[in-house]
Design a protein around this ligand. Structure first.
Ligand SMILES: Cc1ncc(COP(=O)(O)O)c(C=O)c1O
Length: 452
């Protein structure tokens, strides 16, 4: 029997992360070299490596008997806990009626794009999740390329907005940012908010990495700066290392009363409610406790140490520009100064660059520029520095906190040898690119680099 797929689905591509997963699996099942059984250095996947906090795990077990459907917007105890959490950590007074719980922020962002009419403004580089959703919904959209500092320029935003004819415009702000790891400070947010207010732009502020901000006192939510026009999304996935729980929330703008029923209708139509036991478990994650507070502190410090090392190591390659992360577990490395050498080696696109780096002998997985909504020939890549055993590293950090900068470097070497070795591979690759063509790159392989 032949099934006909709806055109709407035909028109969108497989999300890059899933495509990459398939590619990596296929490559390793077909590579003939014995060393290929080793796997690869993983800089491609954006997942927190730490265990889910014990409190949450225990609450999940305790609530395994909750078999009834939950209310569409989320159970009241959870919405209350999220409200208090936002007060405590982000200094925002949010009535729990403004909070909607969903199966991850990805779904909630999709739901927001469904109910909000209008043209989407997508700053680039961007997280690879937004564009397929925008395309799937057949929304008008415009890219807003960031400048050399990789942040939205308020002037560029104003200029773009003035060209758009639509009755409503929606800016997707991702702060802290995936893929750059950069944080917008209060002044930068105020300047963006001024333009949004002036031009009546609605903001979806994806703040899923808020808790990972290395100096947490610097994080400011757009919901605080522009409360009348911002939808804030956040959840358990990154801060609590619980992406698999599939739980996120959205805070509605202050006076969006007429939208609320429409939104509830969409949630009820699409997923009814989030799993009830998961909602009960999430309460433990959002309630204020020393255990969770310590967990945030330790995990953000470890991300900081790994980020600092990765940034310095990659920046030491002549010609490489990397963003210096303030948060998250990513940075953006710009390899464009190698463009002519890469082209000589028949690497003309960022996709080809990712494929060449995964080949023997480099075994290194990165996310290339076109998956970050950059031009196909933009040789920038997202580097995620989470390829280590999170549970072990968490304990080692507690046992012996590194203090000086040399202790921090030692900490990475002892605790994240794959991150260290993977960066060495990237360094070797670009050294070799300067010297050889792609063909040579593959021939001279293990003589110069051998994965450990
Ligand atoms: C910027 C950004 N937003 C949203 C998400 C999705 O989060 P969730 O697990 O809540 O759907 C991710 C996950 O990788 C992300 O990086």
């Amino acid at each position: 029997m032949k099934f006909i797929v709806d055109q709407q689905v035909e028109d969108i591509e497989m999300p890059e992360n899933l495509k990459l997963n398939t590619f990596l699996k296929e490559f390793h099942s077909t590579c003939p070299h014995p060393e290929c059984s080793f796997g690869y250095y993983g800089f491609a996947f954006g997942q927190s490596p730490f265990p889910v906090p014990k409190l949450i795990q225990e609450a999940l077990i305790k609530n395994a008997d909750k078999g009834a459907y939950a209310p569409v917007s989320g159970i009241p105890e959870l919405r209350n806990a999220i409200s208090k959490y936002n007060k405590h950590y982000f200094g925002m007074d949010i009535a729990s009626e403004r909070i909607y719980v969903g199966p991850g922020t990805k779904e909630l962002i999709f739901n927001l794009l469904e109910i909000l009419h209008g043209t989407v403004i997508l700053p680039t580089p961007a997280w690879l999740g937004y564009l397929p959703q925008i395309r799937f919904l057949k929304k008008n959209y415009h890219m807003l390329p960031t400048r050399a500092n990789k942040k939205i320029s308020p002037n560029d935003l104003r200029k773009l907005e003035l060209r758009l004819q639509d009755r409503q415009k929606i800016l997707i702000l991702n702060n802290p940012n995936n893929p750059t790891g950069l944080l917008y400070d209060r002044l930068e947010l105020e300047e963006i908010a001024d333009v949004c207010r002036e031009q009546n732009i609605t903001v979806i502020s994806d703040e899923i990495y808020a808790q990972t901000t290395y100096d947490f006192s610097k994080f400011v939510s757009m919901g605080k700066i522009y409360p009348e026009g911002t939808f804030v999304t956040n959840g358990l996935s990154k801060s609590h290392a619980a992406g698999g729980y599939r739980l996120g929330y959205v805070i509605f703008p202050q006076y969006a009363i007429d939208l609320k029923e429409q939104f509830k209708k969409i949630l009820a139509t699409e997923f009814t409610a989030v799993s009830t036991p998961i909602q009960h478990a999430a309460i433990a994650g959002f309630e204020i406790s020393k255990e969770i507070d310590d967990y945030f502190d330790v995990t953000r410090n470890i991300h900081h140490i790994m980020g600092e090392y990765t940034y310095h190591a990659l920046s030491s390659i002549e010609g490489v520009k990397a963003t210096k992360p303030d948060a998250t577990f990513y940075l953006l490395a710009d390899f464009n100064s190698f463009a002519s050498d890469l082209q000589k080696a028949k690497i003309a696109t960022s996709q080809k660059l990712s494929e060449s780096l995964i080949l023997h002998p480099y075994h290194t997985a990165i996310v290339g520029g076109d998956s970050l909504v950059l031009e196909r020939n933009d040789f920038s890549a997202r580097i995620a520095y989470v390829d280590y055993d999170g549970a072990k590293v968490y304990q080692n950090y507690l046992d012996n906190k590194p203090k000086s900068s040399s202790e921090r470097i030692e900490f990475v070497k002892n605790n994240a040898p794959r991150v260290v070795a993977g960066i060495e591979m990237i360094i070797k690759f670009f050294e070799n690119i300067r010297k050889y063509t792609l063909h040579d790159l593959q021939i001279q392989k293990s003589s110069s680099v051998t994965p450990s």
